[in-house]
Design a protein around this ligand. Structure first.
Ligand code: FE
Ligand code: FE
Ligand code: FE
Length: 167
């Protein structure tokens, strides 16, 4: 044991930390989506972002329910990964001409969805391990929305915006 004890001592601590991480991330995503809606030229892409903004708000509510089930106050901890992914999305959109901007936005949004999928996947596995079945259930609903959004973005990319960007 070192001189300074570390903050994450148990699986419960780790679980709570990652819950706080994704809670912060969902808030950042909620803040970023209106800008992505505005930048999207393709109507279907803008609609997909709009739908996912509504889902993201519900996902924040589900996370608050998870905190409640754990007897904790909802609280976020800075997630440097989502900050970086959103910053990169801003940068690439800012540097893209209209012809390629939607392809850039799809790729950026899929990076966000994939980050969320890894986090919810770990949280669900740990929730089950800890016997937190109601928490696992709530997180599973959200995970399915993230996966469906990712599939929708693949479809919009392959059937619409990549063709436009390449054309
Ligand atoms: Fe989300
Ligand atoms: Fe994180
Ligand atoms: Fe998402």
């Amino acid at each position: 044991m070192g001189l300074f004890s570390k903050d994450l001592k148990s699986m419960e601590d780790l679980h709570l930390h990652v819950l706080q991480d994704i809670y912060y991330a969902e808030h950042q995503i909620k803040k970023a989506l209106p800008d992505m809606i505005e930048k999207a030229a393709n109507r279907e892409l803008a609609d997909a972002f709009r739908t996912h903004l509504g889902e993201t708000e519900k996902q924040i509510g589900r996370l608050e329910e998870c905190f409640r089930l754990l007897g904790k106050d909802p609280k976020g901890v800075t997630c440097p990964a989502i900050d970086g992914i959103i910053k990169e999305a801003d940068d690439i959109a800012g540097e893209s001409e209209e012809k390629v901007i939607d392809a850039a936005l799809v790729a950026a949004a899929q990076a966000v969805e994939h980050y969320e999928i890894t986090r919810y996947g770990s949280l669900i596995a740990w929730s089950k391990e800890l016997g937190l079945d109601s928490v696992a259930q709530l997180l599973k609903t959200t995970l399915e929305e993230e996966k469906a959004t990712d599939r929708k973005l693949t479809e919009i990319g392959e059937q619409k915006v990549n063709l436009m960007a390449a054309g």
